[in-house]
Design a protein around this ligand. Structure first.
Ligand code: B12
Ligand code: SF4
Length: 498
C-alpha cells in the first residue's frame, strides 16, 4: 500500500555523498548484485516484521557485511537485533541519532549503540529521498507533517515512541516534499501518516491554508488521506479545510462502542460526545471514515464482537482495521499487565491475525470466537455491499474541481477485475449492479470512490479465512501450552504419590 517513509527519511539524513539503494521487503527480494554492491546494510522494521528483520541480519552477517538497524521495532526491543548480531543500533528518531552514528563511522568505530531521550524538532528533517522508491509498487505515497499525539490511550505505543507533544513541520517544508513528489511524476494518493493529523490544530490549519493554494495551482494532483482523533468531528472549519485540499478519507481510532472499555483504556476523547454522531458529521462533510476497532479490553462484557458489527452497520463505515488487543512493549498497558503478572509474551505485534499476548479478564476463547465471527460478518459479501451502499448515499460530495484524467492501464485492469468478480462471477452480482446504478443516480459525485471501496472487499474476503485459520491455530497452541504448564504443576505431587 505505502512506501517505507522512515527509510527514505534516513537516507535523506545520512551524508548525501553516500550512495543508496533501497529494497522494500514488502515488495521484493534483495538481488545478488545488491548484496555484492553494499558496504553497509541499514535496516528498519515494525514489530510484525521481526522474523524477516532477523533473517536479513543473519544473511548480511553470513556475507560479512556490517549491519546497522533502527526504527520502531528495534527501538521498542533493542535486545533482539543486538542478540542477532547487528553492529550498530541506531535507535529513537534518526534526526538525532544518525549524526552520532556518522561521527562514529568517521572515527573508524565498528560498532555502537546510539540512543537519545530527546525528541527532535522536525522542522530540520530533510525532504525524504522519494527518488529511491519504485513508484509502481505503491498505491499511495506517504508524507508526514507531525509526530506524536496529545492523548494517553493505555495501549498506544505512539506516545512511547514519539511523545505526547505533537511536533509539526512548517507548511513550506511539507509543500517542498509535495513539490518533489510532483517533480518525480507522482499523481495519485498521498497518505499523511501523522499519528494524529489534528494533534496540533493551530498548526495543521496553517498547513491546510497553504496546501489549499498549492493544490489549486497544481490542479489537484494528489488526493489525501490521514489519521485523526474523533474530536475532528467537532471542528467543522478544519474538516472544510481538509475538503478544500482534496482529502477524501480519514482513519479514526474508534476502538469500541463500549463506553466502559473506552474509560478504562483512557481513550476519554471518544467518550465526550456520541461516536455515532461524530462519524455522521465527518461522513456528511465528505470524508470517508475508516475505523480501527479492538476487542479484548479488561472488564469487557460478552457480545463485544456483535456490538462492533452493529456499530459498523449503524454508521455504515466500510473499511475497518479490527484486531484483538495487544500489549505492546513499554506501553502503559504493558507495564500494568506485567505488574499484575498477566503478560503471556512480550511479543505483542498488533497484527490482525494475532491472539492477545496477555491473560484477559474473560475467557480467551470467547473473545477469539467473537473476534473471528465479527470479522467474517463485517466482510460477508452481502453485508459489505449493503453497508458500503448505505454509506455512500450519505457521503458528502467532493468540493474541488479535479480535471478529468484519462484512466491508466492499472485503473482499467482494476476495473475489469472488479466487474468480473463482483458484477459477473459472484452471487451478489445483482446487488452489485443495483447499488452501483443507484449511487450513480443518487450521489453521482462519489461513484468512482464507491467502486474503489467495493474493490477493497476482494482483499478482506480472502483475509477472513486467514484470520480464522491463524487465530484457531494459535488457540490450539495456547491450550497445548496451558496443558503442558498444568502437567508440570502436578508432577511433584505425582512423584510423591509414586
Ligand atoms: C504509515 C504506517 C503504516 C503503513 C505503511 C508502513 C510502511 N510501509 O512503512 C501501513 C498502513 C501499511 C502500516 C501497516 C502496519 N503498521 Co504501521 N504505521 C505507519 C505509521 C502511521 C507511519 C510510518 C511512517 O511512515 N512514519 C514516518 C517516518 C518518518 O517515521 P519512522 O518510520 O518512525 O522513522 C523515523 C524513526 O523511527 C527512525 N528510523 C526509522 N527507521 C530507521 C532505520 C534506521 C537504521 C535508523 C537509524 C532510524 C530509523 O528515523 C526516522 C526519522 O526520525 C506508523 C506510526 C509512526 N508514527 O511512525 C505506524 C507504525 C509503524 N505501524 C505499526 C504497526 C503495528 C502496523 C501494522 C502491524 C498494523 C496492523 N495491525 O496490521 C501493519 C504492518 C504492516 C506490514 N505487515 O508490513 C506500529 C509499529 C509498532 C512497533 N513498535 O513496531 C506503528 C509505530 C504504529 C502503532 N503504534 O500502531 N503502517
Ligand atoms: S489517539 Fe491514537 S495516537 Fe493518540 S494516544 Fe490514542 S491511540 Fe495513540
Amino acid at each position: 500500500m505505502l512506501p517505507p517513509l522512515g527509510l527514505i527519511t534516513v537516507a535523506a539524513i545520512l551524508p548525501q555523498a553516500w550512495e543508496f539503494k533501497l529494497v522494500d521487503r514488502n515488495v521484493r527480494n534483495i538481488t545478488e548484485a545488491e548484496w555484492a554492491w553494499a558496504d553497509l546494510v541499514i535496516l528498519s522494521a515494525m514489530i510484525v516484521q521481526k522474523d524477516d528483520l532477523l533473517a536479513i541480519i543473519q544473511e548480511a552477517k553470513r556475507r560479512g557485511k556490517r549491519v546497522a538497524c533502527g526504527g520502531p521495532y528495534p527501538t521498542s526491543m533493542p535486545e533482539v537485533p543486538q542478540t542477532a548480531g547487528v553492529d550498530y543500533l541506531i535507535l529513537d528518531e534518526g534526526e538525532i541519532t544518525l549524526p552520532m552514528f556518522v561521527e562514529a563511522i568517521a572515527k573508524g568505530e565498528t560498532s555502537g549503540i546510539f540512543r537519545t531521550q530527546e525528541k527532535p524538532d522536525v522542522t530540520s528533517t530533510p525532504v525524504p529521498r522519494f527518488d529511491l522508491l519504485e513508484f509502481d509498487a505503491y498505491d499511495s505515497m506517504s508524507v508526514q507533517f507531525s509526530r506524536g499525539c496529545p492523548f494517553q490511550c493505555e495501549f498506544c505505543d505512539i506516545i512511547v515512541l514519539y511523545g505526547r507533544k505533537p511536533r509539526t513541520k512548517t507548511p513550506a517544508q511539507l509543500l517542498a516534499e509535495l513539490d518533489y513528489l510532483y517533480e518525480l511524476g507522482w499523481r495519485r494518493g498521498v497518505f499523511m501518516v501523522d499519528d494524529n493529523f489534528i494533534g496540533n490544530k493551530r498548526n495543521v490549519k496553517l498547513l491546510l491554508e497553504a496546501l489549499k493554494i498549492w493544490q489549486q495551482e497544481h490542479e489537484y494532483p494528489f488526493r489525501f488521506n490521514t489519521e485523526a482523533s474523533v474530536d475532528l468531528a467537532a471542528d467543522q472549519e478544519l474538516m472544510d479545510l481538509m475538503m478544500d485540499c482534496y482529502f477524501d478519507a480519514v482513519f479514526l481510532g474508534i476502538e469500541t462502542p463500549d463506553e466502559d472499555s473506552l474509560q478504562l483504556t483512557k481513550k476519554f476523547q471518544n467518550t465526550r460526545s456520541s461516536l455515532l454522531e461524530a462519524v455522521e458529521a465527518i461522513t456528511k462533510t465528505g470524508l470517508r471514515v475508516m475505523a480501527g476497532f479492538i476487542i479484548g479490553f479488561d472488564g469487557e462484557k460478552s457480545g463485544a464482537g456483535d456490538r462492533i458489527v452493529r456499530f459498523a452497520e449503524l454508521t455504515g463505515i466500510p473499511t475497518t482495521t479490527f484486531a484483538m488487543l495487544q500489549a505492546l512493549p513499554h506501553t502503559a498497558l504493558w507495564h500494568r499487565l506485567e505488574k499484575e503478572g498477566r503478560l503471556r509474551s512480550t511479543n505483542g505485534n498488533l497484527n490482525q491475525t494475532t491472539l492477545m499476548n496477555f491473560v484477559p479478564t474473560r475467557p480467551v476463547e470467547e473473545i477469539a470466537r467473537e473476534y473471528v465471527e465479527a470479522f467474517c460478518e463485517l466482510y460477508e459479501p452481502n453485508a459489505y455491499l449493503d453497508r458500503v451502499y448505505s454509506y455512500f448515499l450519505k457521503l458528502g460530495a467532493p468540493r474541488v474541481k479535479v480535471p478529468a484524467k484519462l484512466p491508466t492501464l492499472i485503473d482499467l485492469r482494476a476495473l475489469a477485475i472488479i466487474v468480473w468478480r463482483q458484477g459477473i462471477k459472484r452471487e451478489t452480482r445483482w446487488k452489485f449492479w443495483h447499488h452501483l446504478f443507484s449511487v450513480i443516480k443518487r450521489n453521482p459525485a462519489v461513484w468512482e470512490h464507491y467502486l474503489i471501496v467495493c474493490a477493497h472487499n476482494e482483499h478482506f474476503m480472502e483475509y477472513r479465512e486467514i484470520v480464522r485459520t491463524q487465530i484457531e491455530e494459535q488457540l490450539t497452541a495456547y491450550w497445548a501450552e496451558e496443558e503442558r504448564v498444568k502437567q508440570l504443576e502436578v508432577k511433584p505431587e505425582k512423584a510423591i504419590a509414586g
